[in-house]
Design a protein around this ligand. Sequence first.
Ligand SMILES: Nc1nc2c(c(=O)[nH]1)N[C@H]1C(S)=C(S)[C@@H](COP(=O)(O)O)O[C@H]1N2
Ligand SMILES: [Mo]
Length: 206
Amino acid sequence: MPIVPGDPGESSPWAGRRVPPGQRVQAEAPIMHYGPVPKPARRPWTFTVGGATRSGRERVLGLDEVLALPALERVADMHCATHWTVLDQHWSGVSAAAMVALAPAAEGVTSALVFAEFGYAANVPLEELASGEAILATHLDGVPLSLERGAPLRLVIPQLYTWKGPKWLRGWNYLRPGDPDLGFWEDHGYHRHGGVWREERYDYQG
Ligand SMILES: Nc1nc2c(c(=O)[nH]1)N[C@H]1C(S)=C(S)[C@@H](COP(=O)(O)O)O[C@H]1N2
Ligand SMILES: [Mo]
């Protein structure tokens, strides 16, 4: 079962704690990403669900079609693997689980490579994408995302470290066993799953 955001789980040594192990709370999230901020409308914006889809075909959506999915809002804490945490951010947008339902994965798929502008990508377990907690976010704290924060769309999965939440999201590919499955940070030694309560920061932790 995916871990409920903010809840380490009853059997966890961190049960009842608000801040995951190894994190320090700060008031604001610094703008943090690798590479440049994309220019708006550089090219027609599309959202693509590809790879091992159930239909065997790629599904390409425009922003209006993405925003027509069921709305979702969550107050969540943001945890960067470099040890900072920001509490109580209010994200809103649409449900990533609804996107999974609209463009489902083939039988046996367990993860997706979620991708953004400029080739940034993150490996995300399908279970987390489909958990009902993952948001395709358009707004932070009631305000449309700025370009620096990932406009027009950003993935938010509160129970995973923030590198699993690409800004400038453009889609995902469902992975078959044996497909190249490392995103940007996983390829640089970070963890496959990235759960904050089990402190899954680095690959060498297994
Ligand atoms: N496209 C893209 N998304 C990204 C990143 C990136 O380098 N590129 N960095 C991630 C990391 S490591 C963090 S901590 C957060 C930072 O989000 P913020 O700039 O809103 O604080 O964005 C995440 N999403
Ligand atoms: Mo991060």
